[in-house]
Design a protein around this ligand. Structure first.
Ligand SMILES: Cc1cc2nc3c(=O)[nH]c(=O)nc-3n(C[C@H](O)[C@H](O)[C@H](O)COP(=O)(O)OP(=O)(O)OC[C@H]3O[C@@H](n4cnc5c(N)ncnc54)[C@H](O)[C@@H]3O)c2cc1C
Length: 390
């Protein structure tokens, strides 16, 4: 017989009173401020900056930041709950918020010096500025350490050159964390993070990318041409950028899992409404056994994914190792979301395929969850690596 089931594998979750209240607050916000407008934002491919301002007033743009710097200081499980609820209304909005909090602001909050935190976090926490996080390049995504962007020392400055690709909040953001090679011979151990700001000479957003889904989240190239950065804007230890990045991605993956979960829940909610309205062969859809089975599978898969996401989030919140759990949560939740959103379209028949109903948008948005912050294949590599490590 193999080893005993671990404590982690038998974890059970319940949200605290505060977390339930937070969940209800975001749910109410989404009903009032998001659901009615998400279709329009998607069509216009426009980041809803006025809605982000309203989220700032609720403290959501600083939810991961310490109250000392103006944030709400929420734990990872509370953050996952917020992302899930936002995503039930609009995946793009959830992605904008997740990237701002978890990636850009999160990297500064976790690895910044006291001076950097005081300088950058208050504006990010109150939503005055949006953050972006630039790891991927035109030639390197999964193999992120194969990046070509360089940072060369010049006196007390660094000179950055390169192009970053697919950067969330790239053209609307103002504060960026950029990863660059500082020691090419050391590969993964020769990469450093820098804070680069909109307005820095030689730094600009390139093409805004037109996407299949997540269309009201901004995705752009970033171009760095001889950008001079003082050493005071180096973020974290020299040559530790990639190692720090892996830690940022662990939490980010819990966020993408929560996002995928919210989309799947929205697809199920819409399907449940529809089966009560549509009749075929003299019966409501809800009375056809095949449809009931589809609904049952959707609900079961969503609940399974929620357990994985909440477990990874709870481990992170408790300060315990959660790399494998984060990858399992992201992998299962994003693939589950594609299956569930696809079934939702099937249940809606022809209406599911047209834009009047939101389920086709959910499927387009869900696809990103299998790609961003490490593809499903990369998650499988991480899970296998962690499992086989000893
Ligand atoms: C909307 C959107 C927003 C994004 N936001 C950001 C952001 O804010 N910041 C940022 O830095 N990046 C961002 N990304 C980039 C994203 O993280 C990458 O697209 C992703 O990691 C995949 O990299 P790639 O596109 O280069 O694909 P590739 O790495 O070229 O992969 C192509 C295919 O090969 C597979 N593959 C690659 N290597 C292996 C392997 N060893 N074994 C098996 N299969 C493999 C992949 O799984 C994939 O199926 C975003 C992307 C999108 C689409």
């Amino acid at each position: 017989m193999s080893a005993a089931i671990t404590e982690k594998e038998t974890m059970i979750f319940s949200l605290s009173e505060e977390q339930l209240l937070l969940q209800q607050t975001i749910c109410d916000f989404v009903k009032k401020e998001v659901i009615l407008y998400a279709k329009d934002w998607d069509e216009k491919e426009e980041v809803p900056l006025s809605t982000i301002k309203k989220l700032s007033n609720l403290g959501i743009m600083g939810m991961a930041i310490d109250p000392k710097y103006g944030g709400a200081g929420l734990d990872t499980l509370s953050i996952a709950v917020v992302i899930e609820e936002l995503s039930r209304g609009d995946g793009s909005l959830a992605l904008t918020v997740a990237a701002h909090n978890g990636l850009g602001s999160g990297h500064i909050a976790r690895f910044g010096t006291e001076e950097q935190k005081q300088k950058y976090l208050p504006d990010l926490a109150c939503g005055k500025k949006l953050a972006g996080w630039a790891l991927t390049e035109p030639g390197s995504g999964s193999d992120a350490a194969g990046m070509k962007t360089t940072a060369k020392k010049d006196g007390n400055n660094w000179v950055l050159n390169g192009t970053k690709m697919f950067i969330t909040n790239g053209s609307v953001g103002e504060t960026f964390v950029v990863l660059a090679v500082t020691d090419p011979l050391k590969k993964q151990k020769g990469i450093t993070a820098f804070i680069v700001e909109k307005g820095d000479k030689g730094f600009k957003a390139g093409k805004k990318l037109e996407k299949m889904g997540m269309r009201s989240s901004d995705t752009s190239e970033l171009i760095l041409e001889d950008v001079q950065i003082p050493d005071s804007k180096r973020l974290g230890e020299l040559n530790q950028g990639f190692i720090n990045t892996l830690m940022i991605l662990d939490k980010g993956r819990v966020g993408i899992g929560a996002l995928a979960l919210g989309l799947a829940q929205a697809a199920l909610d819409e399907s449940l409404k529809y089966v009560h309205q549509r009749e075929t062969f003299g019966r409501l859809l809800k009375d056809h056994e095949v449809i009931k089975f589809m609904l049952a599978d959707m609900k079961t898969e969503i609940d399974a994914a929620r357990l994985l996401v909440y477990r990874a989030a709870s481990l992170a919140a408790a300060g315990k190792p959660f790399t494998i759990e984060a990858s399992m949560a992201k992998l299962f939740a994003s693939e589950m979301s594609m299956r569930v959103c696809n079934k939702a379209i099937q249940i809606h028949g022809g209406y599911g395929y047209i834009r009047e109903f939101p389920v086709e948008r959910y499927l387009r948005d869900a696809k990103l969850c299998e790609i961003g912050e490490g593809t499903s294949e990369v998650q499988r590599l991480v899970i296998a690596r962690e499992m086989l490590k000893n």
